[in-house]
Write a protein that binds this ligand. Sequence first.
Ligand SMILES: NC(=O)c1ccc[n+]([C@@H]2O[C@H](COP(=O)([O-])OP(=O)(O)OC[C@H]3O[C@@H](n4cnc5c(N)ncnc54)[C@H](OP(=O)(O)O)[C@@H]3O)[C@@H](O)[C@H]2O)c1
Length: 256
Amino acid sequence: MATLGFIGSGSIGTKIARLAIAAGIDVVLSNSRGPQTLTETVAELGERARAATPEEAARAGDWVVVSIPLAAYRQLPAAALAGKVVLDTINYYPFRDGEFEVLNSGGTTTSELVQKHLAGAKLVKAFNNINDQHIPALARPAGAADRSALPIAGDDPEAKASAAALIDRLGFDTVDAGPLAESWRFEPETAAYVVPYCADTDTWRVAMAKLGEEVRSGGPAQTRPPKDPGTPLPAHRLRTLLAETPRVLPADRVLR
Ligand SMILES: NC(=O)c1ccc[n+]([C@@H]2O[C@H](COP(=O)([O-])OP(=O)(O)OC[C@H]3O[C@@H](n4cnc5c(N)ncnc54)[C@H](OP(=O)(O)O)[C@@H]3O)[C@@H](O)[C@H]2O)c1
């Protein structure tokens, strides 16, 4: 019986958990406030789900999804995650996470920073370039003509293969974008980031520009991602986007 652990059980964590359960995988959820705050979520997910502390979720998982704001990455339980394949969904948004000079300069990637903290774990960046609503909307069985692909990056080939096999069970093909040093290829606002999975890309870009304005002006960030049914992104197109995208440093983003 396989188990997927979660550190972070918000928008992304719960969407992935639902796919895991549909694939017959048990899930152990955790967050910062404690398992008692996940009672409702666990009840909704059903008998394959339970809640625990981050350490317990880390130890229970055959793989562990880490899906928290970057600002909290130093709180990830490194000892409990040692030896584990960790799927890292984290993105860097300075307006939310504070400034990380090493990321602003392009000196390293977000996932390399997290991997450095989780020295004993085998990090695979995944699920960071798709909006949460598109995870259930675009998941398809293996072999479906309209299946979408997700990029992955990691420094351990076996861990990457294991993550790809898991993601296949969850409903997506994968495209290997290389080691963690190359994972900037699907960081925010690169060609492969979020927009190619949107059905209405114009509405999406307008909303993100508006949110960027709100953040820059120091006002409340009120604009929410528009509801969008999603559109399939096949592996061959994703491969081209990953190969051709320029790097987009935080200073050059519409939303930072
Ligand atoms: N939303 C998206 O569409 C999307 C898409 C791709 C990637 N991402 C990235 O994925 C990550 C998660 O995004 P999200 O939208 O799912 O965020 P979210 O809905 O705000 O959920 C964040 C989760 O992280 C937990 N958390 C925070 N600090 C923690 C800590 N120190 N230890 C354990 N758990 C902690 C929170 O628990 P508490 O509520 O108890 O604090 C919550 O369960 C972010 O880095 C985000 O940039 C998001």
